[in-house]
Write a protein that binds this ligand. Sequence first.
Ligand code: ACO
Length: 319
Amino acid sequence: MIYSKIVGTGSCLPEKVVTNEDLAMRMDTSDEWIRARTGIRQRHIADVSQTSSDLAVPASLQALAAAGMAPAEVDLIIVATSTPDHVFPSTACLLQARLGIKGCPAFDIQAVCTGFVYGLAVADKFIRSGQHKSALVVGAEVFSRILDWNDRSTAVLFGDGAGAVVLRADSRPGVMASALHADGSHADILSVPGNICRGGIAGSPFLQMDGQAVFKFAVKVLNGVAREALEQCALTTRDIDWLIPHQANVRIIDATAKRLGIDASKLVVTVDRHGNTSAASIPLALDLAVRDGRIQPGQRVMLIGVGGGVTWGAALVEI
Ligand code: ACO
């Protein structure tokens, strides 16, 4: 039996840190409001010249170094992003070129904040098929580009960053189970409804959100999809060592853990420092907890995401 195993993780955050106090100086908000409603204290914001691929390159190199692999050994690249460098070519192709490799398939996945879980599940299936021996899966975002910085209800929530993992074929799991879902009938609760049209932008280029609808939807589906992945392996929530939910809001994270009956001590939380980095949030949190020694080899980690689309998914991984 072929499985895919995470053999390296990496991350990259832009240097510039923007605190809640910094935001309060430019819009009608406060540290108290942001912290009480979201748990966010600060976020990293990319320089105007920095793109998703700029963040993806160092994150990928770090993951490859952790795996002890050269870029030339990668035979599949998937980048999850809703803020690609260009309409095309894909950010994955740009990353491939900047890693100095050629020939392997490289493509982007657009599932907003669930993008990394989608990418991991797809890469796992490629590796299990036996046709690919390794994969680089990256979540990379510059959400600061699609925020209306005059809209306090959305601008305070997001940050920029990239996280990466290297998967390699192995006889032991690995990715034990995954479950992916979407329901496009809820597309309007979280969207950037604009597009490029004849040299201009048709519609809005800014993120729009019905915060309360997203909140309720997220808590409901994250609980369900985590249990679905566990059922595939005949495991229960007691068998999870670490829960890494998409880092949108500490209240969504806490409510999800409570519904799953998972103790707060098993949660990896980065939203306080990173804000919501969309597809980058789960691999950023995974890398942090691997590097600080919390996540140990042999432990089971449940990754769960939800995002625009609406999309949601889970991957249960043995490290
Ligand atoms: N600072 C101060 N006041 C604010 C701010 C702000 N940044 N933003 C909104 N307010 C005000 C509103 O104007 C409103 O004022 P009013 O009562 O005078 O009209 C008041 O605060 C309450 O606004 P609500 O939108 O009802 O606040 P709510 O309690 O719903 O909190 C929040 C908003 C934090 C967005 C919440 O709905 C939430 O957490 N939703 C989940 C959405 C989320 O996390 N999205 C991230 C992207 S989605 C994803 O990643 C899956």
